[in-house]
Design a binder for this molecule. Structure first.
Ligand code: UDX
Length: 431
């Protein structure tokens, strides 16, 4: 098939490369000349494991091409995916400016071939219907098209694997031909098929992401209880997660959910609920607990740190990505700077992005050992694998005060105590 993907972020570029790799002809439309030039040269711009290799392989095979030009890509395509950003406005409402602009451009460039336009960006329920109206307004008379919602569930860091091995492929459309075309395209993708109407598909995406956020906030709430009662949250939640009705995934307490999806989707769902006069207290609580998880950690640091020089390991919102959107590192670093701390940071992928926020206000180390030299404490914010079995004896020797604040519970408290560290983690008694 010939398809177009509009947008080349974590969802767009992964989707484009995976479908190109299956043998489809894929156009990717961007809106910045420099970025298109990078992509054409085989540079994915973002960091996502395996993406660079997949991109370069499919450029060599001439199955993927990049353009600014809708006129070139849209008339050729049987399916067009919209994957541009829908960032939250001040009110939490999803900003649809980019999606609407894209829909207009698609409409203007549709030619006689039947085309399915499918929004993969997370959009408020009813948006695809609005896009249908916009496209209809801009298209020429004899053009036939249909809209469909085909939400994406990939996680950053495992995007390629998740796309190919989806738990489910959701296809929502009120047009039979559109559904058939999407079923054909998704044939090589593993996972159950959920074929439904437009609004239900849009709702499945929000309901899923908000549920995940809910689960994480619940785990964090339990960690607050554990800290006050002496229970150990790791043991408590493993005990809870064994129950198959609950499940052990997404029950890790820590510094709350960050990233480009969960925070934005909870906010948008709250906004949608308010507009529909639905009581959204549960959603407000999810958000409040998420913030509280970060504040709680910060308070712990400020209470027990013995000086003003600290190292921060891990800046991305989670491991295996360079993405720092809604990353807890940004919140913690901002607050520590306000308190006059000197901060040495280390992250294997996200440093360039964090530099755009903090510039010369903090230090950037090339390796984790360099970051801990003569510091009063080490603060672990993201659980990159390289920290799990790092030489902690070496770390201890380099530090001025051997204190670790671990926001992700990656070490065993009793091991660290034996080694002579003061070790503060999440929801587990200090050993
Ligand atoms: C999420 C959804 O998982 C995915 O289905 C959707 O398509 C996009 O949004 P992503 O944002 O890439 O994916 O990351 P995810 O793995 O869900 O983690 C989100 C945040 O929650 C991270 O900050 C992570 O550290 C945090 N988290 C996750 C926890 O704090 N505890 C957990 O148990 C799991």
């Amino acid at each position: 098939m010939t398809i177009t993907v509009v947008g080349h972020g974590y969802v767009g570029l992964v989707t484009a490369c995976v479908f190109a790799d299956f043998g489809n002809q894929v156009f990717v439309i961007g809106h910045t000349k420099e970025k298109i030039a990078c992509l054409k040269s085989g540079d994915p711009i973002i960091y996502e494991p395996g993406l660079k290799e997949l991109l370069q392989k499919n450029i060599r095979a001439k199955r993927i091409s990049f353009t600014l030009d809708y006129e070139k890509a849209i008339p050729e395509s049987e399916i067009v995916f919209i994957t541009v950003g829908t960032p939250p406005k001040e009110t939490g409402e999803a900003d649809l400016t980019a999606v609407i602009e894209v829909a207009r451009n698609i409409g203007k460039n549709l030619k006689t071939k039947f085309t399915v336009v499918s929004c993969k960006s997370t959009v408020p329920i009813g948006t695809n219907h609005k896009l249908e109206i916009i496209i209809s307004k801009h298209k020429s008379k004899h053009v036939d098209f249909a809209v469909a919602s085909c939400p994406e569930f990939l996680r950053e860091g495992t995007g390629i694997f998740d796309t190919i091995n989806a738990d489910r492929v959701v296809i929502g459309s009120n047009n039979k031909r559109a559904v058939e075309q999407l079923i054909t395209l998704h044939k090589p993708i593993n996972g159950k098929r959920v074929i439904t109407d437009l609004a239900s598909a849009e709702m499945i995406k929000y309901a899923s992401n908000v549920f995940l956020a809910n689960k994480i906030s619940y785990a964090n709430l339990i960690s607050f209880y554990c800290e006050k009662t002496g229970a150990n949250v790791s043991e408590v939640l493993s005990g809870v997660g064994i129950d198959e009705r609950i499940g052990k995934k997404f029950l890790n307490p820590g510094l709350g959910y960050g990233g480009s999806c969960l925070p934005k989707d909870v906010k948008a769902f709250l906004d949608i609920g308010k507009k529909l006069f639905i009581k959204t207290d549960l959603l407000s609580s999810i958000e409040n607990i998420n913030l509280r998880a970060q504040e709680n950690f910060l308070e712990k640091i400020l209470k027990y740190v013995s000086g003003k020089k600290v190292a921060v390991w891990g800046l991305s919102f989670k491991p295996n990505t360079d993405d720092i959107r809604f990353a807890p590192s940004v919140f913690i670093i901002k607050k520590l700077l306000e308190q006059g701390f000197q901060i040495n940071t280390y992250d294997q992928e996200a440093t360039n992005n964090i530099k755009k926020i903090f510039a010369d206000k903090i230090y950037y180390s090339k390796d984790p050992y360099q970051a801990v030299k003569k510091v009063d404490a080490l603060i672990i914010i993201t659980e990159w694998n390289e920290f799990r079995q790092i030489d902690l004896n070496k770390v201890k020797k380099l530090m001025k005060n051997p204190t670790i604040f671990d926001g992700r519970n990656i070490y065993d408290p009793s091991d660290l105590k034996k080694m002579g560290f003061k070790y503060y983690s999440i929801g587990r008694p200090y050993q």
